[in-house]
Design a protein around this ligand. Structure first.
Ligand SMILES: [Mn+2]
Length: 317
């Protein structure tokens, strides 16, 4: 399994006293949950180690855990583990060259080596699934809190077992986590899915204003005025993009959310079987075959990307 890379990773974790764990910018529950779970599992198993989770905290995901400050560590002697992120350009709060040794554990496609050890399983629904597999296969001790986090990442990234990355292994691992650690499902789902009515109204606004081309490409460009009107922020649409799955008329859909603070257009793209990540890659983005994103600086680039996605839908007819 994993070509023994999991064994090599465990060996490296044993070797280093200081370990820093990072994940992608604009984190989702899988990114944060894998990060916090791995940190806490290492702390639980090796009391003498200093382990830190780095990156900008997200208040919405505080229920998973909070980030650490690393002021006084010697990075040159530390191990860096990046999770749920294919490339360093998208890593939040850590640079490869600053660390003694680097490890990546991820489920996003990546065609080139990125770290000293790259454990990539593109067939996994989530990074939390890979971590759970490493835990179970190596009989590593974890506690209920970490099991809860791993389960949270699996549920969130598989979109409640809806996406095509959901496999028998996904159910097997979820079942074992539930069974062994007696997890409280309603608590986990409340944390992940409870939201204010304003967000549901905003979702209706998107549905009502989505432009759908004759090729089955649906898109909307969200503005500051839209966020203000519905009392939501520029990240809100990103978190509901999966909810537009299973609409007959949509082959592929994309939201453009203008982020005024960073002066960028954040694009979220999903599809029902049309491959989109190579298109996103041409526009400062990337991701999975059917779930990608991009960050653009001008409205013209947004139009170009949307045109390219529409063309991809046309070609797939
Ligand atoms: Mn993920």
């Amino acid at each position: 399994m994993f070509n023994n890379l999991d064994k090599q990773i465990i060996k490296k974790i044993k070797e280093y006293k200081t370990i820093v764990i990072a994940r992608h910018i604009g984190p989702d529950p899988d990114a944060i949950a894998s990060q916090i779970a791995l940190r806490d599992i290492i702390r639980l198993n090796f009391e003498d180690k200093e382990v830190y989770a780095v990156g900008i905290g997200v208040s919405k995901f505080k229920f998973i855990g909070t980030m650490d400050k690393i002021d006084n560590i010697n990075k040159e002697e530390a191990l860096l583990i990046i999770l749920d992120v294919p490339e360093f350009v998208r890593v939040d709060g850590a640079k490869r060259d600053e660390y003694a040794y680097t490890i990546k554990i991820d489920h996003h496609p990546c065609s080139h080596p990125e770290c000293d050890i790259d454990l990539i399983d593109e067939s996994a629904c989530s990074t939390c699934q890979i971590l759970s597999q490493i835990v179970f296969n190596n009989e590593i001790t974890i506690d209920k809190a970490s099991a809860e986090k791993l389960f949270t990442g699996i549920v969130s990234d598989s979109d409640r077992f809806l996406l095509s990355y959901t496999t028998p292994l996904t159910f097997d691992i979820a079942s074992r986590l539930l069974d062994i650690y007696n997890l409280d499902l309603s608590k986990i789902y409340d944390n992940l899915y409870a939201r204010p009515l304003s967000e549901r109204k905003f979702e209706s606004f998107i549905i009502n204003n989505l432009t759908i081309t004759e090729n089955g490409f649906g898109y909307i460009k969200l503005t500051n005025e839209d966020y203000k009107k519905y009392d939501v922020d520029s990240n809100t649409a990103s978190n509901m993009i999966n909810d537009f799955n299973h609409i007959n008329e949509l082959k592929c859909w994309a939201f453009s959310s203008y982020d005024e603070k960073n002066k960028i257009y954040r694009i979220n793209i999903r599809s029902n079987g049309v491959i989109i990540n190579d298109v996103a890659q041409q526009y400062n983005g990337g991701g999975h075959k059917f779930a990608s994103g991009a960050r653009l600086t001008t409205p013209e680039e947004v139009d170009e990307l949307f045109k390219a996605l529409d063309k991809r839908c046309e070609e797939s007819k």
